[in-house]
Design a protein around this ligand. Structure first.
Ligand SMILES: C=C1C[C@]23C[C@@]1(O)CC[C@H]2[C@@]12CCC[C@@](C)(C(=O)O1)[C@H]2[C@@H]3C(=O)O
Ligand SMILES: O=C(O)CCC(=O)C(=O)O
Ligand SMILES: [Fe+2]
Length: 342
C-alpha cells in the first residue's frame, strides 16, 4: 500500500489527497510494490531516507543562490539558453514564458566544466558542486528504476537504469529560481493563476524524459495534476526528493505508468529555488515498450522512436502540448466486432 503523507491537501475543487511518500529504507519486496503503485496512480511520489548527502545538496543550493544573486548583466553572460545556459522568463524555443530564471545544463562533465566559466567566478567549485549533485541524483534515479524493474518483474531488472547509466546519456540538470513575485508594473494577466496572488512560474507540462528527480527549498509552488485534471499542491520538503514519471517511461511501460502533468506557481512572499535532474538515455537509443509490457490483450500503443526523434518533436511544440500523441498507434479494430445494428 502506498502511504499517504500526514499532510493532506484540500483545494476548492478536490477531495483531500495525500502525496504518496515512500520510505526507501523499507523491505525491498514491499518497496518495489509501493514504487510501482505510486507510478501507476500518480506518476509522482516523494522519497524519504534516500542516500543523497546533505552537503551535496547544500553545496549546489549555495552555488545556485550565489549565481541568481548576481546582477542581470552578469547572469546574461551565461545565456541565452539555446537550450543550455541562463534563461530568464523564456522557456524553450516556442514563445512559452514564465515568471522565473534558470540555468539549464547538460550533464556531460566536459560541457559542465566549459559552461561553468561563464556562470561562476570559481568555475571549478561550481562544476564540482554540479557534478557531485548529478552523480548522487543519477544514483537515486537508477535505484528507483531498479525498483520499478523488480516491481514489474522484468527479466532484466536493470534494463531501465541501463538507459540512463550510459556515458552518452542525454540527461539534463536544471536549476530554477522563482523570485518572490509581487504584481509587476507591466503585469501580463495571462500569467495570473485564477484570482490567487500567485502567477505561473512554469506552465503546465509533462517532462519528456524517463524520470525527473526534483528537490526545492522550503517554499511551496509545485502542483501536480491528477488523472481527473485537478491540481494538487505539493508541500515543499527541502530534505527530500520528489520523483516524476516522464513521457519516455510512459512509453517503456506501454502506458501502464502515465507521465505526470505539473506546473510551478510563484510565491508572493518568498523566492523559491528548485533543482531537477532529468534522466534520459543516449540520443540514438530506441524508446519502445518493454517486451514484458506488451501482450495480446495489451498491444503496443506507440510507434518506436529514438530519444533524438522524441526530443526534436518536444522542442518543436509548446511546453504544454501532449507530444506523445504524435507517436500513438491507431488502436487495431477487432475484425470480429460486428457494428451495432441501427
Ligand atoms: C517549451 C519547451 C521547453 C522544453 C522544450 C519545449 O519545447 C517542450 C518541453 C520543455 C521541457 C520540459 C522539461 C525540461 C526540459 C529541459 C525538457 O527537456 O523539455 C524543457 C525544455 C526546455 O526548457 O528547454
Ligand atoms: O520548479 C519546479 O518545481 C518545476 C519545474 C519543472 O517542472 C521543470 O523545470 O521541468
Ligand atoms: Fe517539469
Amino acid at each position: 500500500m502506498v502511504v499517504a503523507s500526514s499532510m493532506m491537501i484540500r483545494t476548492k475543487k478536490t477531495k483531500a489527497v495525500g502525496i504518496p511518500t515512500i520510505d526507501l529504507s523499507m523491505e525491498r519486496a514491499e518497496l518495489s510494490k509501493q514504487v510501482v503503485k505510486a507510478c501507476e496512480e500518480y506518476g509522482f511520489f516523494k522519497v524519504v531516507n534516500h542516500s543523497v548527502g546533505k552537503e551535496v545538496i547544500s553545496t549546489l543550493e549555495e552555488q545556485g543562490a550565489e549565481f541568481f544573486s548576481k546582477t542581470a548583466a552578469e547572469k546574461h553572460r551565461a545565456g541565452p539558453a539555446t537550450p543550455f545556459g541562463y534563461g530568464c522568463r523564456n522557456i524553450g524555443p516556442n514563445g512559452d514564458m514564465g515568471d522565473l530564471e534558470y540555468l539549464l545544463l547538460h550533464t556531460n562533465p566536459l560541457t559542465i566544466s566549459d559552461r561553468s566559466k561563464t556562470i561562476s567566478n570559481d568555475p571549478i567549485k561550481f562544476s564540482c558542486a554540479v557534478n557531485d549533485y548529478i552523480e548522487s541524483t543519477r544514483e537515486l534515479a537508477c535505484e528507483i528504476l531498479d525498483l520499478v524493474g523488480e516491481g514489474l518483474r522484468l527479466q532484466d531488472k536493470y534494463s531501465l537504469s541501463k538507459l540512463i547509466r550510459d556515458v552518452q546519456s542525454d540527461s539534463l540538470l536544471r536549476i530554477n529560481h522563482y523570485p518572490q513575485m509581487v504584481k509587476p508594473k507591466s503585469w501580463d494577466p495571462s500569467l495570473m493563476k485564477g484570482n490567487s496572488n500567485s502567477s505561473i512560474g512554469f506552465g503546465e507540462h509533462s517532462d519528456p524524459q524517463i524520470l525527473t528527480i526534483l528537490r526545492s527549498n522550503n517554499v511551496g509552488g509545485l502542483q501536480i495534476s491528477t488523472h481527473d485534471g485537478l491540481w494538487i499542491p505539493v508541500p515543499p520538503d527541502s530534505n527530500e526528493f520528489f520523483v516524476m514519471v516522464g513521457d519516455a517511461l510512459q512509453v517503456l511501460t506501454n502506458g501502464r505508468f502515465t507521465s505526470v502533468r505539473h506546473r510551478a506557481l510563484t510565491n508572493p512572499l518568498k523566492s523559491r529555488m528548485s533543482m531537477m535532474y532529468f534522466a534520459a538515455p543516449p540520443l540514438n537509443w530506441w524508446i519502445t515498450p518493454l517486451s514484458k509490457m506488451v501482450t495480446p490483450h495489451n498491444p503496443t500503443l506507440y510507434k518506436p522512436f529514438t530519444w533524438a526523434q522524441y526530443k526534436q518533436a518536444a522542442y518543436s511544440l509548446r511546453l504544454g502540448a501532449s507530444r506523445l500523441d504524435l507517436f500513438k498507434l491507431q488502436q487495431q479494430q477487432d475484425s470480429n466486432l460486428v457494428p451495432p445494428s441501427p
